[in-house]
Design a protein around this ligand. Structure first.
Ligand SMILES: C[S@@+](CC[C@H](N)C(=O)[O-])C[C@H]1O[C@@H](n2cnc3c(N)ncnc32)[C@H](O)[C@@H]1O
Length: 187
């Protein structure tokens, strides 16, 4: 497997080489996602980096158990989207999930809910900060953002750990950065 740091050089090529790999969140992180999405009563979730949809299953299950909602996922490998849709169908969760095909920098730049409750960042690490910036105005107060393998994105970690930017943030188990949106920057 190519070194994770390579995703900073050419993320499309890097993930293209890994298109047959599920690259899932850990079992513990999957459970954490379910628990967190339940605890903030998430109804609108955005996921950057769907792959085979393992994290998506945990988040969509939380939506179902919260009474319904919508998860917008993103993935540029079409074969992975097919696998993710099969997994979601097997789990009876398809009706809660829309997976947008293409680069998330484009697919998550449009047609989003006015208020987002929960975000998972799990795509190319060099895009964590640009993707957060795309979504930021829609994060409701108290929204949670989980960034997997956040240590590979120091600029992202610096942004969310500065209270002046409107977040509370802590490193969490399994190399997760857990952040809460407090309000607009400076508040
Ligand atoms: C670590 S995997 C995601 C694993 C998934 N969250 C899970 O737990 O099952 C990262 C995925 O993000 C996709 N990806 C990376 N950068 C992307 C981008 N800019 N736009 C869309 N998909 C991207 C890759 O193709 C890869 O499948």
């Amino acid at each position: 497997m190519p070194a994770a740091a390579d995703d900073r050089a050419d993320y499309r090529q890097y993930y293209g080489q890994l298109k047959d790999q599920p690259l899932p969140v850990s079992r513990a992180t999957g459970r954490l996602l379910y628990m967190l999405a339940r605890s903030v009563c998430a109804r609108n979730i955005v996921e950057f980096g769907t792959s085979f949809g393992i994290s998506t299953l945990h988040l969509a299950a939380a939506l179902r158990d919260n009474g319904g909602g919508r998860l917008i996922g993103s993935e540029f490998e079409s074969s992975k989207i097919k696998r993710a849709r099969e997994n979601l169908a097997a789990g009876g969760l398809s009706d809660l999930v829309e997976i947008r095909e293409g680069d998330a920098l484009e697919t998550l730049a449009r047609d989003l809910p006015d208020s987002i409750d929960f975000v998972l960042l799990d795509g190319a690490k060099m895009l964590y900060l640009p993707i957060l910036t795309l979504l930021e105005d829609r994060l409701r107060s108290g929204a949670l953002v989980v960034a997997d393998n956040a240590d590979a994105s120091p600029e992202y970690v610096a942004r969310v750990r500065s209270a002046a930017n409107g977040y509370l943030s802590v490193p969490f188990a399994d190399d997760v950065e857990l952040s809460m949106r407090l309000g607009p920057a400076g508040n």
